[in-house]
Design a protein around this ligand. Structure first.
Ligand code: SF4
Ligand code: MG
Length: 334
């Protein structure tokens, strides 16, 4: 098939000190070859756990993750090793994810060592090729991470992720630890590499504008569940889930023109604990549209009336075009 499927069905569970926690539950997503799927949400919504599940770093206790037809949660040792070549990860922290005592040439060459590919001069040649590909000077092969700037260190992480020509790269907040002035450079590098190498990305971030810029499609997560997913422009222009609408209205504060036009939707209440999520729709304690039904019934993630089939929303009462939540509902504080 042309598509690479990543439907992740319900019940990815992990252990924390306090009992069992459903960090990710009810995520049903698909990543298509050559596209970028953005995943947004507040911290603690399960984005990073999801990333670790997709890359096989985190054990999935229930549900399936399909990669080119194989369920990776059922792969044996050999299958998992092959899968780990095809799927790589770029981490948030370009400082913490690089061993300070190792030379960058050896760090970037790690995947070759792990998979016993290319040794000696051949490995060095390949590593230097990778350095060039990501805009690093290949002559800096023997330097240590501390001799590079934050942006350059993230390039080292990108080079390492590219070493085995992966089919999918999961980027977990790849620029949020960088200065704003450097963020665009790294994002543009990722986009250029995607065009050049035909890469597929899952791009996880809390910054809505970054996600909009890089993503073909976007999924919004709340307390371990996907609340809404759609083609990027659709989601940003015509959000249907009240949580998406609230996130977007909060983000538009940065743009004074938009802020004037749009009423800000301010969510009331704290983010509930994922250990004991609210009944029914998990968003109901903070939702300006919540009704009795929302407390009882968990809304399925499905296309809502008038929406295209790939625009799915988990909400009993989706936001209508032009609906102004801030005016209609008393639960919103200013
Ligand atoms: Fe709000 Fe109800 Fe929709 Fe949940 S289902 S987002 S509580 S309106
Ligand atoms: Mg793209």
């Amino acid at each position: 098939a042309v598509y690479k499927h990543f439907p992740i069905k319900q019940g990815i569970v992990f252990k924390k000190e306090i009992g069992r926690v459903h960090a990710v539950d009810g995520v049903d997503l698909e990543v298509r070859r050559g596209e970028t799927l953005g995943i947004v949400g507040e911290s603690g919504c399960g984005k990073s756990t999801l990333a670790r599940c997709i890359t096989g770093l985190h054990q999935v206790t229930a549900g399936r993750i399909l990669f080119e037809g194989d369920d990776i949660t059922r792969l044996g040792k050999a299958g998992l090793k092959a899968f780990r070549r095809d799927v790589q990860m770029i981490f948030q922290d370009p400082y913490g994810s690089l061993n300070p005592r190792r030379r960058v040439g050896s760090i970037i060459g790690d995947p070759f060592a792990v998979h016993s590919i290319a040794g000696g001069a051949e490995r060095k040649r390949r590593v230097q090729e990778l350095m060039e590909l990501v805009g690093l000077n290949p002559e800096h092969y023997n330097r240590f991470p501390a001799e590079f700037s934050g942006g350059q260190r993230q390039r080292i992480g990108v080079a390492r992720a590219l070493a085995l020509k992966p089919k999918l790269i999961v980027c977990d907040e790849p620029v949020s630890a960088l200065d704003v002035s450097i963020q665009a450079q790294v994002i543009n590098l990722l986009k250029d590499l995607q065009d050049e190498l035909g890469l597929t990305y899952v791009f996880i971030a809390h910054d809505l504008s970054v996600v909009r810029y890089v993503s073909d499609r976007v999924a919004v997560m709340y307390l371990g569940k996907v609340g809404e997913a759609a083609e990027a422009e659709t989601l940003y222009v015509r959000p249907r889930h009240p949580y998406t609408a609230a996130l977007l209205s909060a983000a538009s504060i940065a743009d004074p023109d938009e802020a004037e036009r749009a009423e800000r939707i301010v969510l009331t209440g704290d983010v509930p604990s994922p250990i004991d999520p609210p009944s029914g729709c998990r968003f109901h304690p903070r939702c300006p549209k919540a009704a009795d039904r929302c407390i009882r019934e968990d809304p399925p993630l499905v296309p809502r009336e008038g929406d295209p089939p790939d625009h799915v929303t988990a909400c009993h009462f989706p936001v209508e075009p032009g609906e102004r939540l801030a005016h209609k509902h008393a639960a919103i504080a200013q």
